[in-house]
Design a protein around this ligand. Sequence first.
Ligand SMILES: [Zn+2]
Length: 178
Amino acid sequence: MTECKECKRIKVGRDYEDADEGALERAIVGALHIKDCKLYLVSFDRGRNIALVKFDCDLGGQHGTFEKEIRVRFAKSLCMKCYRQKSGYYEAIIQIRGQKERVESFMSKIYRYNSRRGGFVSKMEENGDGYDVYFGDKKIIGEFFEKNKRYRTKQSYELYGIKKGKKVYRTIYFLRLE
Ligand SMILES: [Zn+2]
């Protein structure tokens, strides 16, 4: 089983998911593949990394079930999100300036919105009467301003590369709160 060493999510198929019971079952069962058997995760001992797996098998017309303890090995990895965060990747910058309390309240709002949607912040710098905040996913930030139209931003774009033949831009938002 592959686990992200930063956020502790586990790899299920191609994506990383929070390591709840459902995800653990899908990851363990997915790694075992036993012909003619259905597998279920009965329990998982996180301290010893032992999974109790129930096998429900049809072998030559004979049906049988049994349970077996399986030791799960965790390979440490870094998921794409944590990799990008660590390497300082960003797609959008918000340059927020203005009156201290309003800036602080805006900051906690956008941080909450961003992290609830699985986004991350790569960098934050104090700058004059505000901050420059670097966000990993510009879609989330675009959505936020779409939903909160009372924040009137000035936008500009910065070309940062070409992906599949298309130019890719970072979005820079400037916001002043007086
Ligand atoms: Zn991660």
